[in-house]
Design a protein. Structure first.
Lengths: 173, 426
């Protein structure tokens, strides 16, 4: 192949590559370290749980100080959602963490990202583990001294887990 | 017999209790058709020279607002969250006071979970990461340079119409019962374009979508939907999205329950399975009669409601009226809307106002000659999949009465002798 043809071949390959990515491509590459401050989600198998730990006994203090004003004494009777007790029987089911929620990991995910309402993202990982443990304890799901951490929290069996089924991609009657 | 009465005797009655052929208004022409719809009180209020016709009007305004006489056309009253403003709440589109199919931006329904964030567009970022080859971060300026797509579609809260699950019919306007529903022309960047750029790994089948509000509201979205018709929306009805609807960018998932069209979108993470966030487990899941819980039920099924007449719009004596309303389906186009004036005993097909767009509000109309007697009005939508909007009895038989979300049952309006309209079960 002549030098001229070689040059043309190189140009063609380069163009083909450019056209294959027929897109503005205006995003800036970002590392997982740089996303970390936003990367707060926790999956049902514990994916994303940070290090740290807490027990219900420790969490009670956090709860009284940060949660009780809205969610009530021991998770009942507040102006916001009830967190403990409740039954799904009858015409007015009471959906709480204990009676309804399918995964304990959701508790950690939600408290960490959105609670307390006026100061979201202000709790430490230990505090989130501890207050999650306290809410699980209030629902008689774990004991007062059982430590919740990245290992134990995903293994908590929620009472209503088996009631949940996925509709997508099917349809509901 | 007057000439007008003679005209109506020749009009085709198509269903019980005075429903007339949907094409009547078109074929009669507006002059003859409308003659009996306008009260002839011309002699009671003789013409005068109006003050606004002999005095120059007001000066130009930089941003337009409705007439001061239209102040009642608003989204109130506000339904507060448990902690009022802090906990978020909802306000509803006044469906009964609007016409056509597009919702003005200031009247689009709102639902938020931790208030409306005041986002500086220059400081906002969208990150797409997780199971992808190249995690990328986008500025608003960068997104603005992408090819734009435009489509008209509705957004409906999954909890819209849930009051029709109540044991006794809740009295309220179409706004109060069905107003967590709006329709806009949205413009933005096709999400598939951005996903192609980051290169989603084959093992990723869901995306976590997260907002930048103080709840970091988040939902899991199937990748298949994201690649199909999802949009990163920047514009609503031609102008930048309002803060309450996601400024500067929101995810738009046409046809899916509104909560998934995450507002103030800041992050999309490709994941192998759903995250099971608070708003897809404890909320927006459906408790069925047998105790099972239906999760990840996404498209809003076909529904319709008569907006004219409807509660608060009292009919003014017997005569010819146009029944008008809205129909929509998260599974495609509306193909037929039928109306009954006898509580569901007989049905007549209505005229659908073009263009009839997939996953968008569709306006239906049919002429009705009301004889002044008590009547029960209903509408029933069918979409292109063949799905027919169910009765309340049928839906409760299938799902129970505690499912809360995705209530799309037929609404019944009762017309009383005085023309007043109330909500009933029939």
């Amino acid at each position: 192949m002549s030098m001229r043809n070689l040059v043309w071949a190189a140009v063609l390959v380069a163009s083909a590559h450019a056209f294959a990515a027929d897109s503005p491509d205006l995003g800036v590459p970002i590392s997982s370290e740089d996303v970390a401050v936003w990367d707060l989600d926790v999956g049902p198998n514990g994916e994303g749980l940070p290090s740290g730990m807490g027990t219900a006994r420790q969490g009670k203090r956090v709860y009284i100080e940060k949660c009780q004003a809205c969610h009530g004494d021991q998770g009942i009777g507040g102006v916001s959602d009830a967190l403990a007790g409740g039954s799904l029987e009858g015409d007015s089911p009471v959906k709480t963490v204990g009676s309804y929620w399918p995964y304990a990991t959701t508790l950690f995910d939600y408290v960490r990202r959105a609670m307390p309402l006026t100061q979201p993202q202000s709790l430490s990982a230990d505090e989130v583990y501890a207050v999650s443990a306290y809410i699980l304890f209030l629902n008689n799901i774990i004991t007062e001294t059982e430590p919740m951490n990245a290992e134990t929290l995903p293994k908590v069996e929620m009472p209503n887990r088996r009631a949940f089924f996925t509709v997508y991609p099917g349809k509901l009657e | 017999m007057s000439s007008q009465e003679r005209k109506f005797t020749t009009v085709e009655v198509v269903a019980g209790n005075g429903l007339l052929n949907r094409r009547m208004f078109l074929s009669l022409g507006s002059a003859a058709g409308l003659a009996t719809m306008v009260p002839s009180n011309a002699t009671e209020t003789p013409l005068t020279v109006s003050p606004w016709s002999i005095t120059p009007g007001s000066w130009l305004t930089e941003y337009g607002t409705p007439s001061k006489f239209e102040g009642h056309v608003n989204r109130g009253p506000i339904t507060p969250g448990p902690l009022n403003r802090l906990g978020g709440g909802s306000i509803r589109t006044p469906l009964h006071l609007l016409e056509g199919t597009i919702t003005a931006n200031g009247l689009h329904f709102e639902r938020s979970h931790a208030g409306i964030p005041d986002i500086d567009p220059d400081a906002h970022r969208l990150v797409i990461h997780g199971l992808v080859k190249r995690p990328l971060m986008f500025t608003l300026e960068a997104l603005s340079r992408y090819p734009m797509t435009t489509r008209t579609c509705f957004v409906e809260c999954a909890g819209n119409s849930l009051r029709l699950n109540a044991k006794e019919p809740v009295q309220g306007t179409a706004q109060e019962l069905h107003g967590l529903l709006s329709c806009s022309e949205w413009t933005g960047v096709s999400l598939a374009t951005l996903l192609d750029e980051v290169g989603v790994d084959p093992e990723a089948s869901w995306l976590l979508a997260e907002g930048a509000d103080a709840a970091l509201m988040s939902r899991s979205v199937p990748i298949a939907k994201a690649m199909d018709d999802a949009m990163i929306a920047l514009y609503q009805n031609g102008e930048r999205i309002r803060p309450s609807n996601g400024y500067p960018i929101r995810l738009l998932l046409p046809g899916y329950e509104g909560n998934m069209s995450v507002k103030w979108l800041r992050r999309l993470k490709a994941v192998a399975g759903p995250i099971h966030t608070k708003d897809e487990t404890s909320k927006y899941s459906m408790l069925l009669a047998d105790g099972r819980v239906a999760q990840f039920n996404f498209p809003m099924e076909a529904k319709s409601v008569i907006t004219k007449p409807s509660p608060s719009l009292t009919m003014k004596g017997p005569g010819l009226y146009e029944i008008s309303g809205l129909a929509w389906s998260g599974n495609g186009r509306i193909t037929r809307v039928e109306v009954s004036a006898d509580g569901g005993k007989s049905w007549a097909s209505t005229a659908l106002t073009e263009p009839v767009l997939s996953k968008a509000l569709t306006r239906f109309r049919i002429p009705w000659r009301w004889d002044g007697q008590p009547s029960l009005l209903q509408s029933r939508a069918t979409d292109e999949t063949g799905y027919v909007q169910p009765t309340r009895e049928a839906q409760h038989a299938a799902r129970g009465s505690r499912a809360t979300y995705h209530c799309n049952v037929i609404t019944t309006w009762a017309i009383g002798e005085g023309g007043e309209v109330t909500h009933v079960y029939a």
